[in-house]
Ligand binder design. Structure first.
Ligand code: ATP
Length: 267
């Protein structure tokens, strides 16, 4: 089978690069609870999609479904052109996912995690890159520490190193700055921007709207399992704030502000 990433070369002049990540009509229920409803999104190579929404909006459920951790009940997820439900191994080989509280293996060292990742994603000549990433995320002096010995922020940094080392077509980040110290935050912000600059499609989920505003080229605002806005911040200003200069925070509050109205109306 041809590799879609190769067959449709994004660098080919005159070709619009196909989305690296495509989600169509994703619906997920937990029992009677409808967590995600008919959600569609696309992320192009080099693009950062900012995923935002109130607590319980369905963001993590969406990311876990895309990552193949939750089975797809309805809809389709294509990663690098491969269907996560039908071609799971190929789709996952194109994807790295950094959850908000990464849990490394207790019995592997930091260096062994990177070796494991390099083998899993078949990265050749990975040692120099791994050393660079450990330096970038200030983990060099922890290279022989076991996963179980790492602090929360260090686990986050190790997950970044692994995702960056794998260098797949799509990287999904769930609250990537939580747990990081100020220096780590600065390094991570720059690294996320550089990752997209290298052509990776990035999904960035965070409640830090200033981070999303600074890094994301396009937004997906979710509320109660549904997409309530998809587009650029400029489009959001046009459609929601009638062209007035509004921060993402003001737009977020405007599109999600009706949440407690049914309860209020019932009182
Ligand atoms: P937050 O911003 O608080 O992390 P979120 O947008 O990531 O929220 P989800 O964690 O995807 O939201 O949750 C969406 C809905 O699904 C919520 O109503 C939540 O209670 C429900 N839910 C999430 N995980 C489960 C689960 N394992 N079992 C049952 N319901 C769940």
């Amino acid at each position: 089978m041809p590799d879609p990433l190769v067959a449709l070369d994004p660098d080919e002049p005159g070709q619009t690069p196909p989305p690296r990540l495509s989600v169509r009509g994703l619906t997920k229920r937990y029992g009677d609870e409808l967590a995600v409803e008919d959600l569609s999104l696309e992320v192009a190579p080099g693009e950062i999609l900012g995923l935002v929404g109130p607590n319980g909006a369905g963001k993590t459920t969406t990311l876990r479904s895309i990552a193949g951790i939750l089975p797809i009940q309805h809809g389709q997820v294509l990663v690098g052109g491969y269907d996560i439900a039908r071609d799971e191994a190929r789709a996952k080989s194109q994807l790295a996912w950094v959850p908000d509280d990464p849990q490394p293996f207790d019995s592997l060292t930091v260096a062994e995690h990177l070796e494991f990742t390099a083998h899993l994603y078949r990265v050749s000549d990975w040692r120099a890159r791994a050393a660079e990433l450990l330096e970038l995320f200030e983990l060099t002096d922890k290279r022989d520490a076991l996963g179980g010995e790492l602090s929360r922020g260090m686990r986050q940094k190790l997950a970044f190193c692994s995702a960056w080392l794998a260098h797949p077509g799509v990287v999904m980040l769930d609250e990537p700055l939580s747990g990081l110290d100020p220096r780590g935050i600065r390094a991570a912000r720059q690294a996320i921007s550089d990752l997209a600059g290298s052509g990776v499609a990035v999904v960035l989920s965070s409640h830090l709207l200033e981070l999303i505003e600074a890094l994301a080229g396009r937004l997906l605002i979710m509320d109660r399992g549904k997409a309530v806005f998809t587009g650029t911040l400029a489009e959001a200003r046009e459609q929601i704030a009638q062209g007035q200069a509004s921060s993402l925070e003001e737009i977020f509050l405007a599109v999600t502000e009706g949440d407690d109205e049914p309860e209020r109306a019932a009182q």
